[in-house]
Design a protein around this ligand. Structure first.
Ligand code: ADE
Length: 243
């Protein structure tokens, strides 16, 4: 049962805490927190700078463009945040050099009891941050953002909606794109005809078996035409198969 497990605690370490407020309070993420299934804790790395000007970045040794995030504020922030809860959690560093995020990883993270997300900025982190912290690096795709905040939001969103009890309809996540190794089938709602475009008859037929067959076939066709690479991958286990 959803409520038997403790809420997933998510800590975010960032230089821009203000960007997370409305995002975490809206829609599914807000509902998840109001249902006490998750809790969000956003921390400003700048508060942990030992420097009187709260400096968090510096010029790279060896020269080159841009600034690099300094070790001290990041280590101090992580160490303080880690102690805010008994659960050690899983520390994730958002960087374009990390393992690519996907639905299987979102499901894995949704089973954790605590996540600590560290967002980088500037040209990157001092390498000793990766070397000295027990962090795994995650990228949300092969492009460079100006900071890890948008990446952290993507990871939080994809993860929290999979926490048991968050979506009213547990089936709803199961039929999502990627959950069964396929893209999602097409969906329609009223009216039955809009500007000459009709809802397929089978969806209005009331024949549940025919609807299910049609959806499976549409999902397969769509996957084949748009993302044939997904059909070559091993099928992800279903909830019942992997417990
Ligand atoms: N920070 C900058 N670019 C990123 C990306 N693609 N994924 C995760 N964090 C990032």
């Amino acid at each position: 049962m959803a409520n038997e497990r403790r809420a997933l605690r998510i800590d975010v370490l960032t230089l821009f805490p203000e960007v997370f407020g409305p995002f975490l309070a809206s829609s599914i993420l807000g509902i998840a927190e109001r249902k006490a299934l998750v809790s969000y804790h956003v921390h400003d790395i700048r508060d942990y700078s030992p420097d009187k000007h709260h400096k968090v970045d510096d010029r790279p040794y060896g020269g080159g463009p841009g600034m690099v995030m300094r070790c001290e504020p990041v280590f101090r922030c992580y160490e303080a945040v880690r102690e805010m809860d008994r659960r050690p959690g899983r520390l994730i560093l958002l960087t374009p050099q990390g393992r690519t995020f996907n639905q299987a990883l979102a499901r894995e993270l949704s089973r954790c009891d605590r996540l600590i997300l560290l967002c980088g900025h500037y040209e990157g982190f001092d390498e000793r941050i990766q070397a000295g912290l027990p962090a795994e690096e995650i990228s949300i795709g092969d492009y460079v953002l100006s900071g890890g905040e948008a990446a952290a939001m993507a990871v939080i969103d994809a993860t929290v909606r999979l926490v048991p009890g968050v979506l009213g309809h547990e089936e709803s996540a199961q039929s999502d794109s990627f959950e069964n190794g396929l893209l999602e089938y097409p969906q329609y709602t009223r009216p039955p005809e809009f500007r000459g475009m009709k809802v397929p008859d089978v969806l209005l037929s009331g024949d549940h078996q025919a609807i299910e067959d049609w959806r499976r076939e549409e999902a397969r066709k769509r996957t084949e035409s748009r993302r044939a690479d997904l059909l070559e991958r091993p099928r992800p286990p279903t909830e019942t198969e992997d417990g």
